[in-house]
Design a protein around this ligand. Structure first.
Ligand code: PNS
Length: 161
């Protein structure tokens, strides 16, 4: 069985992430979307909330499961016996950072963890979780950026702010 991990912060998951999840789920027998539990990062949503959003968004994709991890991706992948990490590339500006992570993971895993890059669909090439948060912080319209059920969840975080 060919399995892959799609790791990320997903704070919050965007339509760009969902597009990558749907496309990757067609390429692999099983895809684990995994939220990094990074205590150092000041996240808008808790890990539990991010996992719950991802579960709801992927409930109709039978070969996708959602999980969280802390520590190194290579250790998590080894523990799950998964050898492919999926990442989305929006633009050339993503490439340098992503290349560095991919090379580091290959080195740290002795070649056991490879990275497959999917180019983001053009309609989502501009989209990031950071821009969703910035727009929502100014009470702007994020309905084209995240699934419908996530719009309200994001706005709730900025009530009275
Ligand atoms: O959505 P993001 O924040 O761009 O995702 C980054 C992520 C989670 C894929 C990356 O930071 C990660 O895998 N972190 C876990 C720690 C790790 O393994 N670091 C080594 C690679 S430099």
């Amino acid at each position: 069985m060919k399995s892959a991990i799609y790791p990320g912060s997903f704070d919050p998951m965007t339509l760009g992430h969902l597009d990558i999840i749907k496309r990757a789920s067609k390429m692999f027998d099983h895809l684990t979307v995994s939220v990094l539990d990074n205590k150092a990062k000041n996240a808008l949503f808790s890990v539990e909330e991010r996992v719950s959003i991802l579960k709801e968004a992927t409930k109709d994709l039978p070969n996708v499961s959602v999980d969280s991890f802390s520590g190194l991706l290579v250790d998590y992948a080894k523990q799950k016996d998964i050898h492919v990490s999926v990442r989305g590339l929006r633009a050339v500006t993503d490439f340098e950072y992503e290349l560095q992570i991919a090379q580091t993971n290959r080195k740290l895993s002795d070649g056991s963890l490879d990275t497959v890059f999917l180019t983001t669909s053009l309609e989502y090439a501009y989209l990031s979780s950071s821009s969703v948060k910035e727009i929502a912080a100014f009470h702007g319209d994020i309905s084209q950026l995240v699934p419908d059920f996530v719009v309200e969840l994001v706005h709730e975080k900025y009530i009275d702010k």
